[in-house]
Design a protein around this ligand. Structure first.
Ligand code: SAM
Length: 280
């Protein structure tokens, strides 16, 4: 049996997780330089959806950059991380939706833009088609999807020129273990490169892949996000059921303490972003 079950979200949805998601938001926005790719036109009366919105940080942030007449709806399987609705901008709503099930009829054909970000931990066996078709169903004809991910499978360790750490570092060795763990759950991430081809295959046009350079000054931010997610995984999954590959929650947390010492000594994680934009 795979360590992570199909449809199971391996990370927590508590306040620590919210802080990490908002940190990730800063990291991705600074790296990409946009919330919505410049190719995506936003009419004054646009309706925009954000799937698996987490804390709602993307809709909230976007609402401050588009006319107040643009309606932005965030959706997530849980409202654990939503701010109270009376604190949201008037043109932002946050609602419950399971995107691994068929979208309800009332959401079909409603949106000019549908975005999804950091959903890779729920895509199995390089097959995002079910989710993609759901996103496309929500679009009006001519609407755009934007799908943003960082490649947590192929992340690598980089060292500052001032670092005296010897290779392989504990973090480098652990990335091999991490990849075996993702393999064992079918969390493969090759689909990030083939998503535009899939968009074309299901009849979308103008499908493009963008791979922005990572920003060296943001490597510590990226590292904090990844190590934070691993810590949440240690509590959420491994404490209850230790895993053959990753071990127990306590073991992973001990390793994390060693990784943080390496980070203080000049090591960091480097991840590639993938942005797919396509039109219905
Ligand atoms: C890594 S977070 C991404 C949050 C947000 N997109 C961002 O970029 O800040 C993944 C989110 O997916 C949500 N999620 C997990 N399974 C889901 C499902 N089946 N349908 C919708 N959302 C889901 C989780 O609750 C979590 O908020």
């Amino acid at each position: 049996m795979a360590p992570i079950q199909e449809g199971q979200y391996m990370i927590q949805t508590n306040s620590q997780s919210s802080a990490r998601l908002n940190l990730q938001h800063y990291w991705v926005e600074e790296t990409l330089g946009y919330l919505l790719h410049p190719l995506i036109a936003v009419p004054e009366d646009a309706r925009i959806a954000d799937i698996a919105t987490g804390t709602g940080i993307w809709p909230i942030s976007l609402s401050r950059r588009v006319p107040s007449t643009v309606q932005i709806d965030g959706f997530d399987i849980t409202d654990d991380q939503f701010p109270p609705s009376d604190w949201l901008p008037p043109n932002v709503s946050l609602r419950i939706l399971d995107i691994l099930k068929r979208v309800p009829e009332e959401l079909k054909g409603q949106y000019d833009v549908v975005c999804i970000r950091y959903f890779g931990v729920l895509i199995r066996n390089n097959d995002p088609e079910f989710v993609l078709r759901n996103l496309v169903d929500m679009l009006k004809p001519g609407g755009y999807i934007q799908w943003v991910e960082s490649d947590v499978y192929n992340q690598s360790v980089v060292k500052s020129v001032y670092s005296t750490l010897l290779s392989p570092t504990a973090l480098e060795r652990y990335l091999e273990v991490w990849r075996r763990y993702l393999d064992s759950s079918g969390l493969l991430y090759e689909w990030l490169k083939t998503l535009p081809a899939l968009c074309k295959a299901i009849g979308m046009s103008d499908a493009q892949l963008f791979t922005p350079e990572s920003v060296p000054a943001l490597r510590l931010t990226a590292t904090a996000a990844v190590l934070g997610a691993w810590e949440e995984l240690s509590y959420k999954i491994l404490d209850g059921s230790p895993d053959e590959i990753l071990g127990s929650g306590t073991q992973l947390r001990e390793k994390l303490a060693a990784f943080w010492r390496e980070v203080a000594a000049g090591a960091a994680l480097d991840l590639q972003f993938y942005v797919t934009v396509a039109r219905k």
